[in-house]
Design a binder for this molecule. Structure first.
Ligand SMILES: [Cu+2]
Length: 256
């Protein structure tokens, strides 16, 4: 019910349900506090009105009720933090899928104003990249001599494909300023910092096309970074797509 009231966006990832749960519980607490404060405000207006209290009382509150309420609110807040927020965070930053879960490994390099997407090809290994290889023709500094890179897919722009129900690991960085990779349907947001590859992970649960947004104001074309699309495919669709990419000539990657 609360999802409807809050108008939460489409959810298409495994851990996302816990994110929504936390959002909903925080809203329950906020609603309780809001009602409590408004009720107290009205009580105070009536109880301490001038006509009933011609003389000021300098002693103030005598009971302990307000302390108990305060303690109860603090307790609920601790439960939300320790019971929900911290485990969610630990999952996001610590519990990465293991190799035997066969995760889809992708690299994303943000730039003003697009997402550059790299796949390692059939061997599952990315070729070396180094700043010293960067030229006009080789903007990503790909080491052409590295055998691991021979079957790497040509870089894609603004398009990510992943198979459904399989964990995805994205190593994210930026080539210019700070961007932030956000896919609302996956309930993931991660800053892209130049020079620092930061991994993020999620498991998509619903096939479909989802928007990728930049969640960090990064310059004049910031809004056009929301042209990024994450396609969650069935395994067959994904296999077909990746096979087609491997055959595509460099730079001519399909946007379907
Ligand atoms: Cu950006």
């Amino acid at each position: 019910m609360m999802e409807k009231i809050l108008g939460l966006p489409v959810l298409a990832s495994k851990h996302g349900a816990d994110v929504d749960k936390l959002i909903i519980y925080v809203h329950y607490l906020m609603a309780a506090l809001f009602i409590g404060w408004i009720a107290y405000f009205i009580y105070a207006l009536v109880r301490f009105r001038k006509s009933a209290n011609p003389k000021a009382d300098y002693v103030g509150i005598r009971g302990h009720l307000s302390s108990y309420i305060e303690l109860a609110v603090a307790f609920v807040e601790v439960v939300l933090l320790v019971g929900f927020a911290v485990p969610l965070w630990a999952h996001a930053v610590g519990e990465f899928p293991k190799a035997d879960e066969n995760p889809t490994n992708i690299r994303v390099i943000a730039q003003q104003f697009a997402w550059n997407v790299f796949y390692p090809g059939a061997d599952g290994k990315f070729g070396n990249r180094d700043f010293k290889f960067v030229t006009q023709e080789n903007p990503w500094g790909i080491d052409k001599a590295d055998p691991d890179g021979k079957d790497d897919l040509p870089p894609l722009s603004n398009v990510i494909h992943v198979p459904v129900n399989k964990p995805v690991i994205i190593r994210l960085t930026s080539r210019d300023v700070i961007h932030s990779f956000k896919v609302i349907a996956m309930r993931v947001t991660q800053d892209a910092i130049p020079g620092v590859p930061i991994p993020l992970h999620f498991t998509p649960t619903k096939p479909g096309m989802y928007q990728i947004n930049c969640a960090q104001l990064c310059g004049g074309g910031h809004s056009s970074m929301s042209n990024g699309r994450l396609f969650v495919d069935t395994q067959e669709e994904y296999d077909k797509w990746i096979a087609a990419q491997a055959k595509a000539p460099s730079g001519a990657a399909s946007f379907e």
